[in-house]
Structures are given as structure tokens and as C-alpha cells.
Ligand binder design. Structure first.
Ligand SMILES: *Cc1c(COP(=O)(O)O)cnc(C)c1O
Length: 376
């Protein structure tokens, strides 16, 4: 049996090595390191895949969120609502821009931002909502878009974890995750569902004027070279990363299918176990399993993790501390006990190895080991 990893990037690379190596060498030979043809080709290919009018590549998923908020013209003092159960980047950029992060609790079954809590958190200062498509499935966008419309708010989808997932609208129509709000963002960090071999990110929108603004912001606020209409940033996807992504994008659906089949295996292995709650799949979204996250009931989580680690099985806690309990995000508005669902989840969740290369014998071993511990 191969070593079990949380994410096995090397085995995935081995399968596409000849094409990727060739593509990377070609970029080096062309010297088109910045904004070369690979970047444009990737933009066009991702627009087609997502069925969205505009993709603007950028340097990483955190920049993507920051640029989206800058392009929407959000100003210091504006309130932006997001979930307290997420990766820090979502709230970090809000705070960094001098906007006020307004945190809300999540749904206990899906871990996704709770639209009821979003509606309750709206004040006259609220300008935007950032739903996070956590662990690989979409937040309830029908409800979030309805709340946004009623209150005249922007919606920025943080789609770093659910690229390729399908959102299933109430009327039966489908849309790719990240293309429903006013703007969507993603990350191509190596371990994401569509990862490059370094940093990368992108912003999506169907709004032509907003896309033009985003293109300006990522490029030092300029449209015409050396004429700076506004303060921007420098955030680019480099050509080598784009070349890699061009080889991997055609495989994204098969990568997501491989994650789904590993998740199906785990679901079956742990179904109806009194101490294990398998991930609940939302009705309004497919699940592309960026993470496979169990909820533990009456299990000593630290002891379980040590037990698994001793057998060579990694396991992680995403996320051990809610944003409102983080040192950097202390705020008198939020005390311990404020977000009971998230505060329960942070002590209950455990994420198992999840990637595109999990073999049957590895899954068998993970299953047997985990069941041995919880049944003892
Ligand atoms: C990974 C991630 C980001 C940030 O992406 P980077 O490319 O690492 O900057 C933002 N939001 C969420 C939910 C993420 O998982």
C-alpha cells in the first residue's frame, strides 16, 4: 500500500507528467512569463467551463476576494457578512480593507452559512454578503440572492473549495458554483480541487462593467499603460501556473468524480454508526468534496487522531478555532457562546484523507483503523 496522505499531489502529477513538463518547458523557452498566451487560453477555457462571461486570473484566492471587494467599491465602515466557520482569508480581506466583518453562524448539517442568520445580521451599513462554499458544496444561493436583492447587497461567492460543483436552482436550472452572485472567487492553491504548482487564483463575473473594473484593479488600477485611474494592486497568475492549469482543467470533472467516489466509500463505511455523522449533502448542490468531514459523537478526537497517525493515517481539523474566537479577530460584539453551531463543530469535526488518488486498499485501511478506534 502506498503511503496515505491528506492530499497526494505527486501521484496525481505522475499521471500527467509528460504534458505538464512539456508545457512548463515551453513557457520557459518562450520567455512569456507574464500574461503570456497560456494565461489568456486558461481564462477562455475557464470561462467556457464555468459558462460565465468573464474570468480574471489573479495571484491567489485571497487576492481574488480582496480585488472583488475593491472593484465593488466597498468603503471603510461598510459591513460585510460572512460565516464564522471558514478559512481566515474570507474575513481577513474584509478587515484589511477597513470594512467591518459581520460574522454569522452556519447550518449544523451542511456547515454552510445559514441564510436565516444572514438576514438577521443586516443593518443599514451592510453592503455585501460573502457565502463560502465550504468543503465542496454550495451555500444556499437561492435564499442568499433573494436576501441580497431585497436589501440591495452585493454577493461575493468564495468558491475556493467548490470549483466544478453544480448549484441546482429551485426552478430546476443549474449553474456552476461561483457564477451565481455578482462576483465569484477561487484559489488554485495546490491542494484545492483545481490546483496549480504554486499560487494562483481567479475572479468570475457575468457583469461586463464589473469585469472591466476588476481587470483594472489587478493591474495597478490602469487601463491604458502608465495611466492609473485608481489605486489597484499587482495580482497576476503567472504563465507557468496557467500552463499547468490548462493541462489540469480538462481533468477537473474526473478529479471531482474521484473525490466523490472516495466520499461514497467513506459514507458507506461509516453509515449509521452511532459515533460518526457522515457529511450531509445539501439538496441544492452537488458536492465536490474538497474535504471529507465527519462529526464525532462521544469520541476523544485527539486520541483518535494520534491513533490514526500512529498507523500512518493523517487526519486534520478544519477548522479548530472559529473566526470570532481567533486572537486577531477579537471583537466586543462576539463572545464565546455567540455562535453555538460553529462552537460545537470546531470541537466535533475531523477531516479524513481526501484527494483524487485514494486507492481501495488505502480506503479499506482507513475504514478499518477508524472503526477499530471508535468501536473499542
Ligand atoms: C484556500 C482558501 C482561500 C484562499 O486561497 P489562497 O489561494 O490560499 O489565497 C480563501 N477562502 C477559502 C474558503 C479557502 O479555502
Amino acid at each position: 500500500m502506498k503511503n496515505i496522505q491528506m492530499v497526494d499531489l505527486f501521484s496525481q502529477y505522475e499521471k500527467i507528467q509528460p504534458e505538464v513538463d512539456k508545457a512548463v518547458l515551453e513557457v520557459m523557452r518562450s520567455s512569456a512569463f507574464i500574461n503570456g498566451p497560456e494565461v489568456k487560453n486558461f481564462q477562455l477555457a475557464l470561462e467556457k467551463y464555468l459558462d460565465v462571461n468573464h474570468v480574471i486570473p489573479c495571484a491567489n484566492g485571497t487576492d481574488a476576494l480582496q480585488v472583488a471587494m475593491m472593484a465593488l467599491g466597498l468603503k471603510p465602515g461598510d459591513e460585510v457578512i460572512t460565516a464564522t466557520f471558514t478559512f481566515v482569508a474570507t474575513a481577513e480581506v474584509i478587515a484589511l480593507l477597513g470594512l467591518t466583518p459581520v460574522l454569522v453562524d452556519v447550518d449544523p448539517d451542511t456547515f454552510l452559512i445559514d441564510p436565516v442568520q444572514v438576514a438577521k445580521a443586516i443593518t443599514p451599513k451592510t453592503k455585501a454578503i460573502v457565502p463560502v462554499h465550504l468543503f465542496g458544496q454550495c451555500a444556499n444561493m437561492d435564499e442568499i440572492m433573494a436576501i441580497a436583492k431585497e436589501n440591495n447587497l452585493y454577493v461575493i461567492e468564495d468558491n475556493a473549495q467548490a470549483i466544478g460543483a453544480d448549484y441546482l436552482h429551485k426552478d430546476g436550472k443549474k449553474a456552476k458554483a461561483g457564477t451565481i452572485g455578482h462576483v465569484g472567487t477561487t484559489s488554485f492553491f495546490p491542494s484545492k480541487n483545481l490546483g496549480c504548482y504554486g499560487d494562483g487564483g481567479a475572479i468570475f463575473t457575468n457583469d461586463d462593467a464589473l469585469a472591466a473594473k476588476i481587470r483594472k484593479v489587478v493591474n495597478h488600477g490602469m487601463d491604458r499603460r502608465y495611466y492609473h485611474d485608481e489605486i489597484g494592486v499587482n495580482s497576476r497568475l503567472d504563465s507557468i501556473q496557467a500552463a499547468i492549469l490548462n493541462r489540469k482543467l480538462p481533468l477537473l470533472d474526473s478529479y471531482n468524480a474521484a473525490r466523490q467516489s472516495a466520499a461514497d466509500y467513506y459514507d458507506k463505511a461509516f453509515a449509521n454508526h452511532p459515533k460518526l455523522i457522515t457529511p450531509i449533502r445539501a439538496k441544492h448542490s452537488t458536492h465536490v468534496f474538497h474535504q471529507y468531514t465527519l462529526k464525532l459523537v462521544d469520541v476523544n478526537r485527539e486520541a483518535l487522531i494520534s491513533f490514526l497517525n500512529e498507523k500512518g493515517i493523517p487526519a486534520m481539523i478544519y477548522y479548530p478555532v472559529a473566526l470570532h474566537m481567533q486572537e486577531a479577530y477579537q471583537d466586543e460584539r462576539y463572545k464565546e457562546g455567540h455562535f453555538p453551531v460553529t462552537e460545537g463543530l470546531v470541537s466535533q469535526v475531523i477531516s479524513l484523507p481526501m484527494h483524487t488518488e485514494l486507492a481501495e486498499n488505502q480506503l479499506d485501511f482507513i475504514k478499518e483503523s477508524l472503526l477499530t478506534f471508535v468501536n473499542q
